[in-house]
Write a protein that binds this ligand. Structure first.
Ligand SMILES: Nc1nc2c(c(=O)[nH]1)N[C@H]1C(S)=C(S)[C@@H](COP(=O)(O)O)O[C@H]1N2
Ligand SMILES: [Mo]
Length: 529
């Protein structure tokens, strides 16, 4: 009569919610224990980072684009929030399942463990031993789940089940709701401490940031061409012509910035070459370095967007490195790969022509910031970053487009990515309210390797008016512009378009960033008062 029943009619009130709490506490233990022990293993392989990367890999393309468009460079924060919510929900379900059917709960936790282990060991450059933290985490989580769920089973407020269990094991006392919450609370607090400790340990273990600070940069064999005095638009609010490192846009798939010791860094050049080459960081320091201002642009940049920047780079010409390896006839592509598995396909020809394509070691006079590719990244004028600007680069494979596909190409983006001519209005901002009279319009424009020869602005449906171009530093840097406008009260639309050095007027044909870059004219609505 008094048998405990799993039927919902007999289930004590509130049990489901408490079981969910037990599930969340157990999941916290799985992740935090794994994170803490993971601090002693490969940093990129800690479970949270690996899970996040796997999450990204399985995110459909449309959702990824939506995330980048909606959250911009906060897309990683958005990812972690999304992941946290997913894990929280799964943990609740696991707790409830374990309470009702322990065996199923165990299976669920093991499955969760398997997913974590799977995402850890499939990361690039990760060894099988890196699975150990996740395994220990999973087992700890199971132990805690068993402990908490048993407390629920023995809850004295729910006499049916508790009495039955007490009859079986009379020496074990019944538990109380308060006791349960105390246990769950202690578990959660311990998890938080373990996770924080793990994160702190991970960063303390690497002193790459300090090594970067003290790196002595060599002088270039060929210094950057002098920058003309008038490169900056006179209009206040137009972005600085030279983007400070701290303001430089950042786009990459790395959830934790790779931390590479220069002593460990090596670049392998192989594939369709006469001679496989390995370059150390010292080899780069000893090479004939060039210095050059180059504007980078992201293919994901929407029309009018700010995923573009301009910096002074110092590095070894990639053609010099390729010369050592001597590419074989028939090769037409270099697949560059970063330490964390990102890859880019760059036409071999582009890396061998005269442009300042380089293995860069410095940005605006200091060693590359960690998040911009320390210690070595590629910079290739004229190509979007996804097919050229590999950060934390460790491998160059000389190959053919027909034989190899890069990271984003495998995900629906183009295999090649020459930068499209683009003009941008920085001032006034979209939806700005400006006083009637003289209004300064200004912005920047780019068409790396072709240069900008004209920028025109159209007010409403009026004629296209030529803007004043700021000085041109080179064909591979962006060029600023300004225009004075006699603004009359009312709403107005400002449009902008550029003409590049080949004589081509920027197309008004709207294209999404996927697969090879956005196009169209930016239009800004302003209200003149
Ligand atoms: N290792 C690595 N390098 C990478 C990427 C990446 O995801 N991983 N993204 C590329 C893309 S899409 C762009 S636009 C540039 C951005 O460089 P930045 O972050 O220094 O501005 O880096 C490129 N290099
Ligand atoms: Mo990009």
């Amino acid at each position: 009569m008094n048998k405990p029943s799993m039927k919902s009619s007999k289930r004590p009130r509130g049990a489901t919610a408490l079981a969910a709490v037990a599930g969340v506490a157990a999941a916290a233990v799985v992740l935090s224990v794994a994170e803490l022990i993971g601090a002693f293993f490969t940093t990129r392989a800690t479970p949270l980072i690996a899970l996040g990367s796997t999450f990204i890999d399985f995110t459909p393309l449309w959702m990824k684009n939506f995330a980048v468009e909606t959250f911009g460079t906060n897309d990683k924060a958005a990812l972690f929030v999304g992941m946290a919510v997913t894990i929280l929900l799964l943990a609740c379900v696991l707790g409830i399942v374990a309470y009702r059917k322990w065996g199923l709960g165990v299976a669920g936790v093991l499955l969760m463990g398997a997913v974590i282990v799977g995402s850890v060991v499939t990361r690039a450059g990760v060894k099988p031993v890196d699975a150990i933290p996740s395994l220990i985490g999973t087992i700890s989580g199971l132990v805690v789940l068993r402990f908490l769920i048993t407390r629920l089973w023995r809850m004295q407020e729910w006499p049916d089940r508790a009495a039955d269990l007490a009859a079986k094991e009379p020496e074990r006392p019944a538990t109380t709701r308060r006791g349960f919450f105390a246990a769950a609370g202690i578990t959660a607090a311990a998890s938080a401490v373990a996770a924080t400790g793990g994160r702190m340990l991970s960063s303390a273990r690497s002193n790459v940031a300090a090594a970067r600070e003290s790196l002595q940069l060599p002088a270039p064999a060929k210094a950057a061409a002098a920058v003309p005095a008038g490169v900056q638009s006179k209009v206040p609010g137009v972005v600085p012509w030279l983007t400070p490192n701290k303001d430089f846009y950042r786009i990459d798939t790395a959830l934790s910035v790779p931390e590479i010791n220069v002593q460990d860094w090596e670049l392998r050049i192989h594939g369709m070459v006469e001679q496989e080459v390995r370059l150390t960081f010292q080899d780069l320091l000893d090479a004939k370095l060039i210095e050059s201002h180059v504007s980078l642009t992201c293919v994901s940049n929407p029309v009018g967007g700010n995923l573009a920047g301009n910096a002074k780079w110092l590095g070894m010409p990639i053609r010099d490195a390729l010369k050592m390896a001597r590419p074989k006839a028939g090769a037409d592509m270099v697949l560059s790969t970063s330490i964390d598995g990102f890859s880019a396909s760059t036409p071999l020809e582009v890396l061998q022509d005269g442009r300042d394509a380089m293995l860069a070691i410095a940005m605006n006079g200091e060693a590359l910031p960690l998040e911009h590719g320390y210690p070595v990244r590629m910079v290739v004028p004229g190509l979007y970053g996804f097919v050229s600007a590999t950060k934390w680069v460790v491998d160059l494979e000389v190959t053919r487009f027909a034989d190899n596909k890069a990271y984003w190409t495998q995900r629906g983006w183009s295999e090649r990515g020459p930068i499209k001519t683009m003009a941008r209005i920085d001032v006034p901002k979209s939806f700005a309210k400006v006083p009637a009279g003289k209004v300064a319009i200004g912005g920047t424009a780019w068409a790396q390797t072709r240069g900008i020869t004209k920028v025109e602005v159209q007010i409403d449906s009026g004629p296209w008016t030529e803007a004043v171009l700021s000085d041109e530093a080179s064909l591979i840097t962006w060029r600023q512009w300004s225009l004075d406008w006699d603004a009359t009260p009312g709403p107005h639309y400002l449009k902008v378009r550029a003409t590049d050095g080949s004589g081509e007027v920027q197309t008004d044909k709207r294209a999404d960033p996927v697969p090879d870059g956005a196009s169209g004219w930016q239009s800004v609505m302003v209200t003149v008062e």
